[in-house]
Write a protein that binds this ligand. Structure first.
Ligand code: PLP
Length: 284
């Protein structure tokens, strides 16, 4: 069935959606995006995604095509038009279209595209089985805190993981784990403390990460924000990843080495439960 998507001010059938071949998002990966989960027809963690979008746009000196309220209204209208109960909404904003040049014009009008993806997010087989990851070198650019559409490096890493029989890759730099290809990475120490890399330009400031750490602290779970190595992760009690599309997902194997018992651990399961319950209360 054809979806209704949003392109530059209009709601159109997906087969009628058009973007210029001169759009800088297409030619230069000059664009940013957000992915927001929908459960029960409501947006999960919307204020966080909205705030990060503004930050990404500001960091790149890019104009926003609409106010927070207007962007929320478009999200809601797409949920309604597509009868979306559960899944995701992808929103991409690019600097706009003009004849190809590295330098851009100040008066460029940004392009905006949104579409829905119906899929299970609250329940997935991998939450029960856990996923296997491999380590790869982090070959991305230096500003990973900006959520740009330049996703070729993580796509290559993901394909490498698939070829190795794993589901994802943890990207390593100077001996320390940055994050997964599309998620933040965590380990759990024997005493139950959660360890995840501190925020910097090295990693994306995950919206799910922020929420999960807040809920963990509220639940008296200790949190250490610092880098960790693959060796430390392999010897940890548990490991997991977080993202808007997977919430909290256990990691049971790293580079062929079983983590903990080799099955999803209790801390990840508890955090997933708390995250779902709390974020659904706040969904809009
Ligand atoms: N890290 C990277 C590289 C990502 O691409 C993503 C999500 O796409 C995340 C972390 C998780 O961020 P969020 O929780 O905001 O989805």
């Amino acid at each position: 069935m054809s979806r209704t998507v949003y392109v530059n001010g209009e709601y159109v059938a997906e087969e009628d959606a058009k973007i210029s071949i001169f759009d800088r998002g297409f030619l230069m990966a000059d664009g940013v995006y957000e992915v927001t989960s929908v459960i029960g027809g409501k947006l999960v963690d919307w204020p966080g995604h909205c705030a990060r979008l503004s930050r990404s746009l500001n960091e790149l000196d890019m104009k926003s095509p609409g106010s927070d309220e207007e962007l929320l209204a478009i999200h809601r209208e797409l949920v309604r038009l597509n009868d979306l109960e559960e899944g995701m909404i992808y929103m991409q904003i690019t600097r706009g279209a003009e004849d190809r040049d590295f330098a851009w014009s100040d008066d460029l009008v940004p392009s905006i595209v949104l579409f829905t993806q119906a899929k299970s997010v609250a329940e997935k087989a991998e939450y029960k089985t856990g996923i296997k990851v491999i380590s790869v070198e982090d070959i991305r650019w230096a500003r990973r805190d900006i959520k740009t559409v330049q996703l070729l490096a993580p796509s290559l890493c993901k394909m490498k993981a698939k070829a190795a029989g794993a589901q994802d890759a943890w990207m390593v730099e100077d001996g320390f784990v940055n994050e997964g290809t599309s998620n933040n990475a965590y380990i759990v120490k024997d005493d139950g403390t959660i360890v995840t890399r501190n925020l910097s330009h090295s990693i994306l400031h995950g919206i799910t990460r922020a929420a999960v750490l807040e809920y963990a602290r509220e639940a008296q779970i200790k949190v250490e924000e610092r880098p960790f190595t693959i060796e430390e992760a392999q010897g940890a009690a548990e490991a997991f990843v977080t993202a808007a599309s997977t919430f909290v997902c256990p990691v049971v194997e790293i580079d062929g080495v079983q983590v903990g018992s080799g099955t999803p651990g209790p801390v990840a399961a508890r955090l997933r439960e708390i995250y779902l319950a709390e974020s659904l209360k706040k969904a809009v």
